[in-house]
Design a binder for this molecule. Structure first.
Ligand code: SAM
Length: 185
């Protein structure tokens, strides 16, 4: 079994958009407790690499590397790059602690999604894919536009498995257009 029901959302995103291939290197942002990393690990197989990153400690998962850090902190991004160099797929299920205040929660979610996008730009090779969670709101369209400039195409996916929290969606970007751009390049 999976550690989190959200595992089924990633399965659906993968079935819809074809994210993972055998031997891929996958970076899973906001990975605790580890359901998505378990799915990614199954899909990439023994030859693949999965690195799971979260603010919170992640209990060991067979075949998955873990890294504890805050993705709003540049240092965490640097540590990921040091560990893996380049990635084929970046996924982010990061979510803020909910305050119940709609606009605040949406703004925080959008900030985390933006951090995932910027991290993906430093990690993904040409042809690489990104899937990122974001809450509905005014910040979705500008992020989507910025993603569209960097990938072949972007689609918004509402997985069935997340119907209970209908304010979330995933922006799935396929086919990075260029090689990684890193700070200082
Ligand atoms: N995909 C996970 C799974 O299947 O087990 C569930 C992820 S849960 C919905 C969202 C996660 O985002 C939480 O574990 C939280 O700690 C993490 N998170 C929130 N803000 C973060 C940040 N700034 N940096 C890293 N992780 C963050």
């Amino acid at each position: 079994g999976y550690r989190a029901r959200s595992a089924y959302k990633l399965k659906q995103l993968d079935e819809t958009a074809g994210l993972f291939g055998p031997g891929n290197t996958v970076v899973d942002l906001g990975a605790a407790p580890g359901g998505w990393s378990q799915v990614a690990r199954e899909r990439v197989g023994e030859q693949g690499t999965v690195i799971a990153v979260d603010l919170q400690r992640i209990k060991d998962i067979d075949g998955v590397e873990t890294l504890r850090g805050d993705m709003t902190d540049d240092d965490t991004r640097e540590r990921i790059i040091e560990r893996i160099g380049e990635a084929d797929v970046v996924v982010s299920d990061m979510a803020p602690n909910m305050t119940g205040e709609y606009h605040l929660d949406a703004a925080r979610s959008a900030h985390l999604a933006r951090m995932a996008f910027e991290t993906a730009l430093e990690l993904l090779g040409a042809g690489g894919d990104l899937a990122v969670k974001i809450f509905e709101g005014q910040d979705v369209a500008p992020l989507r536009e910025d993603m569209e400039a960097e990938f072949e195409y972007v689609r918004a996916v509402h997985p069935d498995a997340s119907r209970d929290s209908s304010s979330e969606l995933y922006l799935v970007a396929k086919g990075r257009l260029t090689a990684p751009v890193r700070e200082g390049d």
